[in-house]
Structures are given as structure tokens and as C-alpha cells.
Design a protein around this ligand. Sequence first.
Ligand code: ADP
Ligand code: MG
Length: 384
Amino acid sequence: MGFGPRFLEFSMATVDLVEVSKIYADGVRAVDRISLAIKDREFVVLVGPSGCGKTTTLRMVAGLEEISEGSLAIDGRIVNHLPPKDRDIAMVFQNYALYPHMTVYKNMAFGLQLRRRELGLSKAQIHQRVMEAANILGLGDYLHRRPKALSGGQRQRVAVGRAIVRNPKAFLFDEPLSNLDAKLRLETRAEIKKLHLRLNTTTLYVTHDQEEAMTLGDRIVVMKDGLIQQCAPPLQVYEQPANRFVASFVGTPPMNFLRGQRIDGGYFATAGAQLLLPPRLLAACSGSSERELMLGIRPEALSLKNEGRFAGTDNALQARISVVEPLGDKVDIHFDLHEHPHLICRADAHDYQTLPPRSAATFYVNMQRVHLFSADAQGRNLVT
Ligand code: ADP
Ligand code: MG
């Protein structure tokens, strides 16, 4: 890698969305007053279920979709009404959008060649940029092939190459890994991370895959129904989810939820179990003892061994195992607790001895790691 790129020089840029909304012609408010300040060189990931407004947001930043309300600034300059080509932003799509009749080289060079005079580039400069991008992306041996003679991963790299030769102020990615098989997806994900470490270009990346978001983002923005639910570094989203939606969306297998109440003695009572709440959580739900609460327990915070911090049964769930999924070093144990079906414990495989189906088992909760949410539709985290 050495000294970094020579011919590809990246201008630094911030991207600021202030109260940005998109209302489509049919009246659908697909994006609802989103504010987001992306720092120079930052890698921000928009993540959320299908239909939550990720692509719409990205297309508004790119200039492919009109902004209905709010303002968008790139590098401190409002660009709401600037056409895409004048925004200095490069977008990579899920379906690559390569020209099938052009070679890899031509696919990367074409956009620059078209606007060569306007951009003030010599033919030699374009060639240098394309060759450097091809080198960075490992495409050197494929420059004369056409897209149909490439694998999915290689095609996606050409699409990325076409974006980086433009020396854009920012990269936008819309689900760029979705068309790749599982193994290639992991490899390409790591390549995108390496590329960002090397080029340091401000990036806004869209995915519905929470694991992709967690591994790539400096910050991740969790969206639902056109609204931002939480915007924070990945570990903070995992450890301090703003609400029940974020808590259930981030992390696999998903968080378990138990509905119940706080009762005398500092316990959380739910059908089939009483768990002693640590002071941190007790403080969060002080006051009404009648109030319905939702306790959130990640599968990793459950164990078949009592780790010792709690005596007796204050952190025990007497349950019945339904399904066991071995994962190698870990094992996912699905169990039912009284009227709560489909809870999951992710245990260390060596702590688990094969039990007959439908057998009873005791699971221990690491109460230092549980979360407490309001039981209403909002599902606010009561601690953060
Ligand atoms: P995501 O990328 O998160 O899956 P989209 O941004 O594509 O979501 O879509 C957000 C919402 O806007 C969805 O309800 C979708 O049906 C709607 N939508 C997207 N494009 C259009 C359009 N051109 N006209 C009307 N509604 C649209
Ligand atoms: Mg989309």
C-alpha cells in the first residue's frame, strides 16, 4: 500500500441533512424530518427494515430524488437544487449498473472521458486514475473483459472503481452486497472497509443487514417508518438501544423480551419467574409498582451456568427446551418459559450437554446486562 493513492486525490467533505423529508406524489411521507450531520471522512450506515426510507434518503443526497422539505448541504454549501452531476458525489448501486458492451477499463473511464473538457482532465490523467483504481481494487487482470465475463464480486468492484476515479467528495452505497453470495459478501464487506481506511472518503452506506451496519459504520443510523430511531456508534446502539425496536433489530439472535411488573423487594415479576433487579434498573423504574415493563435479555446474557453474581434463584429461569441449534463453538437453545414461547439462549457449546427434547433446564440471566423498556408502543429504554 505504501504512500496511499497518487492520482486519486480526495477532497474532504461533510454532508448535512437538516429536517429533510420526502413526500411522494401519492402523499406517502417516506422520509420524515431526518437530521444527520456526517463528518468529514466519516463512514455512516443507514440501516432498517425494507421500506423504512433508506434508498429515498440516499437518492435525495445524490440528487436523484427531489427533496420535499428541509435542506441538504455538502461541504457547508446548500445543494438542494443542484443536479446530481454537480454534487461531486458518487453512488454505487446494488445492481452494479455497468455498461454491458464496454470493457472494465472503459466502464471506469467512460464517465470521465465524457466530461473530460469540463473537468479539465488530460487523457493521461484519466488513464492514471483508472489504472490506480484498478490496482487498488485488484482489477488489473480484468481490464479488457466485459461485465458478463466477471463474477458478481468483480462486477461490484468495477462499480466501485467507476465511483472512485471521479475523486468524489462522498461515496453513497445502496445495498452494494445484496446480490453476492454469503462468502463473497463477507469478503467484499472487508474490502469496502479497507478501501475506506485507505481513501478516507466521507461515506453514506445503506443496508437492511444489521451485521453489515455494525461491522462497517463509524456510526449507524437505525431507521423505521421514515424516522431515525437512534444514531450512535455501533457498540452504543448494541449496549444502549434507544428503544425496543432498535434493541430487537440489532443483534442476532434477537433480544428476548419478558413483559412484567416491578414488585416489592426490588424484583421484576413475570409469568414463571422473579428476577432481582440490580440498582441501576431499580432506579430507572422507581415509582409506580403497577406499571407494565418490558425486560430485554440478549441471548448472550443467558447461560446454563450460574456465573455467581447472584445467589439462589434470583436470576434463574426454570424453562423447557424446544429446539437446539449447534453453531460450532456456540449453541442456540430455544426454550419456553411458562407463557413466553420462543426465547433463545446462546450458550458456549462446552457448557451444554445434550438434553432430550422437551426437557426442563435452568437458564441464568446475567442481570448486569439486561435492559428495561416501557411496555407501551413506544418501548422507550428506561435507563438511557
Ligand atoms: P428502503 O430503501 O428503506 O427499503 P425506500 O426508500 O425504497 O425504502 O422506500 C420508502 C417508502 O417510500 C416505501 O414505503 C416505498 O413504498 C415508498 N416509495 C419509494 N419510492 C416511491 C415512489 N417513487 N413513489 C411512491 N412511493 C415510493
Ligand atoms: Mg432500498
